[in-house]
Design a protein. Structure first.
Length: 293
């Protein structure tokens, strides 16, 4: 009986750390970095891709953990976050701090030693911006979304640098695509979770009025800017007509979803835009890789 209890305790302990690292969110970030690596690779190197995934995962887990350490009081106020390990006391702040330290340092040295220092340094910059600038700023101003778009757009660039050890136009273009994608993506989430964010005093939609015409209009504007930005790789001759057509079609669908949100301004319309954003980005990056000239 005691062995069963001990086993259950260990499983719960491990589960708490997995929740602390936001593994589902982290996996989407790593997919983005992995696709950036594929885009940068002349000859795909499986082992280096796995090293990037491991190092990037550890850095991302550290960032997410630091985010939850700083926001433990806010998380306890929101329905979607009140069952996280820190608000429930499943893990102590000290345990979380140690976890963030170990995963962050390990991820940095894995990237620096086995791949290159540039990718490790950009990962470190991303962690610092996310945990120490964006996280405290979002409690004060909606401008935090702009700041948070930088670390949010770094993953494919980090993957590209890991493959090429350089910063060039291709790397900056995939960064730009993900940067502008952040706005409709995050604002759709903020629209869906508006009431929950409000409980914690977070106002992350672009308009002070929250779910209003101004917020919906700004979402449409940023989505409309994203589409021509996504076509720049074709303009520079980096990709071919397949990418151009897919980027144009998916971009048009994305804009259409933003228009629907502008017209209806409902939670359901925002939810559709949010799911659309999850479809849009991987499609763009995968097509970029397939059609790269």
């Amino acid at each position: 009986m005691s062995k069963v209890i001990h086993k259950n305790h260990v499983q719960e302990f491990i589960k708490s750390y997995i929740e602390l690292g936001k593994l589902r969110l982290s996996s989407f970030v790593i997919l983005s970095a992995f696709l950036g690596f594929c885009i940068g690779s002349k000859h795909f190197h499986f082992m280096n891709a796995m090293i990037l995934s491991l190092g990037g995962l550890l850095i991302t887990v550290a960032s997410n953990t630091l985010n939850q350490i700083h926001e433990v009081e806010l998380d306890s106020l929101m329905t979607r976050t009140q069952n996280r390990p820190l608000p429930l006391g499943k893990l102590s702040l000290k345990q979380a701090q140690h976890f963030a330290l170990y995963t962050g340092i390990s991820g940095f040295f894995i990237l620096a030693y086995f791949l290159n220092l540039k990718s490790a340094l950009v990962s470190l910059i991303s962690l610092i911006m996310y945990a120490y600038i964006y996280t405290p700023m979002k409690q004060k101003t909606s401008f935090a979304v702009f700041v948070g778009a930088f670390p949010g757009a770094f993953p494919p660039l980090i993957g590209y640098i890991a493959a090429t050890n350089q910063l060039d136009i291709t790397g900056w273009l995939i960064f730009a695509i993900q940067f502008f994608w952040q706005f409709p993506h995050f604002w759709a989430i903020a629209w869906v979770a508006f009431e929950d964010y409000k409980k914690a005093g977070l106002h992350l939609l672009p308009s002070k009025g929250g779910r209003d015409l101004s917020s919906a209009l700004q979402i449409l504007i940023y989505t409309s800017v994203l589409v021509p930005v996504s076509l720049l790789p074709y303009t520079y001759g980096i990709v071919g007509i397949l990418y151009f057509m897919i980027a144009l079609i998916t971009g048009t669908i994305f804009i259409y979803q933003s228009v629907i949100l502008l017209i209806k301004r409902t939670r359901q319309a925002a939810l559709q835009l949010m799911f659309g954003s999850f479809f849009y980005l991987p499609t763009i990056l995968i097509t970029f890789y397939i059609d790269k000239i």
